[in-house]
Design a protein around this ligand. Structure first.
Ligand code: LLP
Length: 386
């Protein structure tokens, strides 16, 4: 699967993207959407905004879910039309709101009363009407890592269910906002679909309730969160999109109403791997360390969320004996550890290792701590090295 002969002249560490798999993943999503014309996907740029990846995603016609002015610009630069760009986040600055208004984006997903008031004010100054959706915090536990759960009342995200009436009433009195919809996102890397069933029920209840009060919403946005199989990337390279969309078929959409999805990880995670070189193999008292040239500056998920990415020795022969290693990076922090007790085909200095399923929240979360260089990207398309 890895064109390792092509890797020989490439400086490590780098991200390798399997563009063929990305294409197949996008095709699987399109296939499920074909029978559901009111379902629209806005790709969550936060997962990966690498230019080549974004171009591919823009090419299939998805919209963009953005959380900063930088992401709004990147989406527009990739050719995603403004009317398919939505802008979320608890702390949008005035400049970022102006940028969205100037470009005529589809929607601001509003997370608080003060934000709604500022959007109205800025839109008024600019002589515009801002399209807004309200991000509802439905208090549903997504049963995922506590750092990536977002939909319970303990989280900073969204407007509590108890305040949503007040916010909608306020919006109705403001002259420069237009109510476009309701927005939800309960968390990321969900491997159990039950929370989505609960979300669908909540949406149905809210639609009935607000319809009775004469308020209709052109769009309902249920966020992202579909998980991927980090344990078996080769066995499950493409997530179960059909099963995922099916959970939302329970929502009783009204005539002309659209259902929006903000998929990030499930679109790009499996197509990316972080390729790193072993610098030293060091024998400790009780443990053997494979010290590699990538660190948490290149892939922070293990250090930040105790995430595990499968690791493969790409250089070892098939019949190489297996040994057990702690795979660690060069950064001066104990959390700079990709895996403990990892079984790997015997590792030698100079071997290339692949950290799998790293296409989402990998390269985009890289930093320059310790004044390290940012990792480069390499694609499986001929001539596409940088
Ligand atoms: N929509 C909203 C409002 C979000 O906050 C997120 C992710 C998404 C959509 C996309 O969710 P996805 O389909 O990718 O699960 N850095 C963490 C994940 C943080 C997710 C933040 N929000 C990680 O590496 O696991």
């Amino acid at each position: 699967m890895f064109p390792i002969e092509d890797f020989s002249g490439v400086k490590t560490p780098f991200y390798y993207y399997d563009m063929k798999l990305l294409g197949e993943t996008l095709a699987a999503i399109k296939k499920s959407l074909a029978s559901r014309p009111s379902y629209k996907v806005h790709y969550a740029l936060k997962a990966n905004a690498n230019g080549a990846i974004l171009d591919e995603i823009a090419g299939v016609g998805f919209g963009a879910d953005c959380v900063s002015g930088g992401e709004v610009r990147a989406a527009l630069d990739a050719g995603i039309p403004a009317e398919k760009v939505v802008f979320a986040g608890v702390g949008k600055t005035d400049d970022e709101i102006r940028l969205g208004l100037e470009n005529g984006i589809a929607c601001f997903n509003v997370e608080s009363i003060p934000e709604l008031e500022v959007i109205n004010e800025l839109a008024c100054e600019m002589g515009k009407k801002a399209p807004v959706a309200f991000r509802v915090n439905p208090n549903i536990d997504a049963h995922t890592h506590k750092y990536i759960t977002t939909g319970t009342s303990e989280n900073k995200f969204g407007i509590p269910m108890t305040q949503i009436g007040e916010v909608i009433s306020l919006a109705q009195t403001l002259g420069n906002v237009e109510i476009k919809g309701l927005h939800f996102h309960i968390g990321s890397q969900l491997t159990d679909m039950t929370p989505y069933a609960m979300l669908a029920e909540t949406v149905n209840r809210m639609l009935d309730e607000w319809e009775a009060k004469g308020v209709t919403f052109p769009t309902i946005n249920v966020g992202g969160g579909l998980g991927i199989d980090y344990n078996d990337p080769d066995g499950n390279p493409i997530p179960d999109f059909e099963g995922y969309f099916k959970m939302f078929d329970a929502i009783k959409l009204r005539d002309g109403q659209e259902l929006h999805f903000e998929l990030g990880r499930s679109v790009v995670a499996q197509c990316g791997s972080l390729i790193t070189r072993v610098i030293y193999v060091k024998q400790g008292v009780n443990r053997k360390f494979a010290i590699v040239d990538a660190g948490f500056t290149d892939l922070i998920r293990p250090a930040l969320y105790q995430a595990h990415h499968n690791i493969e020795n790409l250089t070892a022969e098939n019949d190489a004996p297996v040994d057990v290693y702690d795979v660690v990076g060069p950064i001066c922090e104990s959390t700079d550890c990709f895996a403990r007790d990892e079984k790997l085909a015997e590792v030698k200095r100079g071997d290339l290792l692949a950290l799998r399923s790293a296409g989402a929240y990998g390269q985009i979360m890289a930093s320059q701590y310790n004044l390290r260089e940012l990792p480069a990207s390499f694609y499986d398309l001929p001539g596409e090295k940088n």
